[in-house]
Design a protein around this ligand. Structure first.
Ligand code: PMP
Length: 319
């Protein structure tokens, strides 16, 4: 009898079953948060019989940037990492929406805070994955009492594991206070981003998003949305500082990220945004975004890397 192929991962130079990839409890990255990572999605397109990884090259370019900040030497180019990831998805037999989590980290099992003279390692995991947050309704968000980490503290532009304590503090506070998500301000009181999402605000037909100098992760979905707003919806996009109370008077707001995808916001600090539901732009953007990520829009096909060598025909089509 044919057994299902186990989920495989790349771990410190080898491809092994996920359950066999283990690090020791003294691993530097675990003690000190000295790792950097990515979150990438692959979308299954039933009509094409194909799995597409979305903007994987840009994610691996960002992993290289994060690694540079942490003085981590990556032994593979972004292009090689894309191919290694496709290989894992293929060999793990994944034919459904999936999530990819690469991490580069300080691997020595030693005591001592620093970045230099340490062994750098890499893993890449893949797993079937659905929605990270509910995107079929508008989210109720709260401005966090936790400030966003500053570039001179833990740079938000690098996706550093240790920096996610800041996100976790804000997210848990928001959930325990009855909100769906947190929006963090920087130390000057300007809007930076959600716990794992960038932010777009719409006022009088113009989209605004904080610039990359406002202690945000330089999000890839953010770039995708900027392109789709301009080119597909004809909405101008301005990168500028956003005040907290602008969120209260916005026509529409949304959070976006690889995990969250496009998440429209229905209220901020108990004040409704627009009519409190999913707005017109949010709705239109979700539609075009899901078309694009699933590889259905030829103009953006270069963002979608097919995984499987041969398309798998829908079961109904097999005679
Ligand atoms: N900001 C933070 C803090 C995040 O963790 C994420 C998720 N990676 C994002 C923004 C969105 O980035 P991307 O669109 O590249 O996933």
């Amino acid at each position: 009898m044919e057994t299902e192929s186990p989920i495989l991962c790349y771990f410190e130079g080898n491809v092994v079953p996920l359950k066999d990839a283990k690090v020791g409890i003294l691993t530097h990255a675990m003690s000190y948060g000295t790792g950097c990572f990515e979150g990438i999605r692959a979308y299954w397109n039933e009509e094409h019989g194909q799995l597409y990884m979305f903007r994987t090259l840009e994610h691996y370019q960002r992993l290289h940037h994060s690694s540079r900040v942490l003085m981590i030497q990556l032994r593979h180019t972004p292009e090689e990492l894309v191919e290694m990831t496709a290989d894992l998805l293929r060999r793990s037999g994944i034919y459904t929406d999936a999530y990819i989590r690469p991490m580069a980290y300080k691997a020595d099992e030693i005591i001592g805070v620093r970045l230099h003279n340490l062994r750098d390692e890499l893993y890449i995991t893949v797993q079937p994955f659905g929605n990270y947050i509910d995107i079929d309704r508008a989210l109720n968000v709260g401005v966090s009492s936790w400030k966003r980490i500053d570039d001179n503290m833990i740079p938000a532009r690098a996706k550093v594991t240790g920096g996610y304590v800041n996100s976790a503090l804000a997210k848990t506070e928001a959930l325990m206070n009855g909100f769906d998500e947190a929006i963090m301000l920087d130390s000057n009181g300007h809007v930076s981003e959600g716990s794992a999402e960038n932010l777009f605000m719409f006022r009088n037909g113009v989209a605004y998003t904080p610039p990359v100098t406002e202690n945000i992760l330089e999000g890839i979905t953010r770039l995708t949305i900027m392109t789709l707003l301009r080119e597909e919806l004809g909405i101008p996009v301005v990168e500028r500082v956003i005040d907290r109370t602008e969120l209260y008077v916005a026509d529409e707001l949304l959070l976006c990220g690889t995990g969250a995808q496009i998440a429209p916001v229905g209220s901020v600090d108990h004040r409704p945004v627009g009519n409190g539901g999913v707005g017109e732009i949010g709705h239109a953007l979700q539609k075009v975004y899901f078309d694009v990520v699933k590889g259905n829009v030829p103009k953006y096909a270069h963002w979608c890397t097919p995984v499987h060598a041969e398309a798998r025909k829908p079961l109904a089509a097999v005679s």
